[in-house]
Design a protein around this ligand. Sequence first.
Ligand code: ADP
Length: 287
Amino acid sequence: MAGISRAIRACAAASRRSLAAASAAALPKEAPTAGVLAPPATGRKGRDREDGRRVQWVFLGCPGVGKGTYASRLSQLLDVPHIATGDLVRDALASPGPFSNQLAEIVNHGKLVSDEIIINLLSRRLEEGEEKGELGFILDGFPRTIRQAEILEGVTDIDLVINLKLREEALLAKCLGRRMCSQCGGNFNVASIDIEGENGGPRMYMPPLLPPPQCESKLITRPDDTEEVVKERLRVYHDLTEPVEEFYIARGKLLEFNLPGGIPESWPKLLEALNIEGPDDERSAAA
Ligand SMILES: Nc1ncnc2c1ncn2[C@@H]1O[C@H](COP(=O)(O)OP(=O)(O)O)[C@@H](O)[C@H]1O
């Protein structure tokens, strides 16, 4: 991973001058069949690829779909860092000052921060990782625009992009039910989702993920998880991030995964779809 952080900064600067020309040149003449998955070339437990390098994966998906939950579980299983740009933004928001006020104005209205800001935050995080000797990564929440995707594609090889899908009516409920413990940082969800099947399909049930008693009185809600702001974030996703799905489909890197329900049902199926073999307890529905 050495050098990605510097390359990403340099590429972002270059892209301001010649992005259109560079991306036109980088586009394959003949796109691979749309929607075809490049199967993850992982080893027995999925940790290393067959060529020995750690995985470099990206998670895409609408707000509330569960990118953070599944990316974090996979990062532990595959021993690679889980890098969520939303967390980087929230860390920046937590240090008071004019920059954080400027960010709050954007984030709390459901908008995306500028590509420059996000690339700066991400480069800094990657630099820290390089210093610590981190290998591989699972990116969550980046790229979110075509320009970010082009910059990333220009600086490193992304092996696989996992696009999590969930029915739209569940997304809003999941965002509104999200809670975090202000003391231990644990993530919970108080929403109980039970939706009729579509066109005779199976019913979808997602049980709440309730906090333990010691966290109950310390729960906080993200300021951007209000109904109005979540609806705006979903609109922004459809406008600016859905084209990123197309970008990776054209490169044969996108795996679409429809979440069948809550974590107990979805986690083993996701491991299966990713061809990750693990001990039985890793495939199980550990809560
Ligand atoms: N790649 C990015 N580009 C621009 N803004 C981002 C990016 N990642 C995160 N953000 C900002 O941080 C906010 C929170 O991100 P995240 O936690 O990933 O939200 P979500 O739950 O909507 O997926 C976003 O609404 C956006 O304002």
